[in-house]
Design a protein around this ligand. Structure first.
Ligand code: ADP
Ligand code: MG
Length: 246
């Protein structure tokens, strides 16, 4: 099984949207995919994959606080993409749970054990974990057990310094492969030029770049790639999904 963790220096860079849709596409390619909302401070993946709140009983927070088994917080997702096998472990959107997690953090060893359990139980080929923004002990320790650590950044360089530090940290861990995904490129900026530039700046493999697209702001239930299968953004995400596996 391949474990890919997703990070970013800043929040609001498009991490959740990208991770959720990549998980859907990877599941659609025939793989058994697990998706974990490890962003307990700003949870959001359940909305992106279209898992309705009322259907959520147990969450990752409950598991990490010893209130349930990890399997009890695992939900099969109806992706709208053929027979795709995708499971989500959501984080709680309850205000008290969020403030508890923000204040006390969580036991990363317990988190890692949960990942191993779910890998076995669901016979997963791939496990994608969205972590919270920033660089701290929890995110670094999770990076350390990953096969690949993808760092999402905005293209406008507002997070240049922080992203460079993150790439450096992943490299020093000497295990996970660092990858970059740049989001919100201006509409007319050529993809190839952006990739070449980013590779030169960060000296790191770029899994892909996504242009800003107003269609993303149009809300709807479920994965963007399932609602818009022929959209240019879906095609770009498909290429990124392939690059993640190569
Ligand atoms: N390429 C894009 N074009 C336009 N809007 C985007 C793009 N990527 C993300 N967004 C929007 O930016 C906001 C933040 O995205 P989100 O994935 O929740 O960020 P994060 O998980 O990094 O905090 C969302 O409203 C999302 O729809
Ligand atoms: Mg998010």
């Amino acid at each position: 099984m391949t474990l890919i963790t997703f990070h970013s220096f800043r929040r609001g860079v498009g991490r959740s949207h990208i991770v959720a849709n990549l998980a859907g596409l990877l599941a659609d390619s025939g793989r058994r995919v697990g998706l974990i909302d490890g962003n307990l401070r700003l949870p959001g993946l359940s909305a992106y994959v279209g898992l309705p709140e009322p259907q959520i009983n147990r969450t990752l927070n409950d598991y990490l606080r010893g209130k349930c088994e990890i399997e009890q917080a695992t939900y099969a997702i109806t992706t709208g993409l053929g027979t795709a096998s995708l499971w989500l472990i959501p984080a709680s959107t309850n205000a008290q749970d969020i403030s508890y997690a923000t204040r006390y953090g969580y036991d990363i060893d317990l988190f890692a054990n949960g990942l191993l359990t779910i890998r076995e139980e669901m016979a997963l080929d791939l496990l994608l974990v969205e972590m919270h923004a920033g660089l701290d002990e929890e995110s670094i320790r999770l990076m350390a057990i990953a096969d690949k650590a993808a760092i999402v950044l905005r293209h406008d360089q507002s997070d240049y310094q922080g992203t460079a530090v993150m790439v450096d940290v992943v490299r020093k861990l000497d295990g996970p492969i660092p990858l970059l995904i740049a989001n919100e490129l201006p509409r007319h900026y050529p993809t190839d030029e952006a990739i070449t530039r980013l590779e030169a700046i960060y000296n790191c493999q770029v899994a892909g770049v996504l242009h800003h697209n107003d269609d993303l702001q149009i809300t709807g239930s479920g994965l963007f790639v399932a609602r818009h299968p022929t959209h240019p953004l879906t095609k770009t995400l498909q290429r990124i999904a392939e690059n993640l596996l190569s």
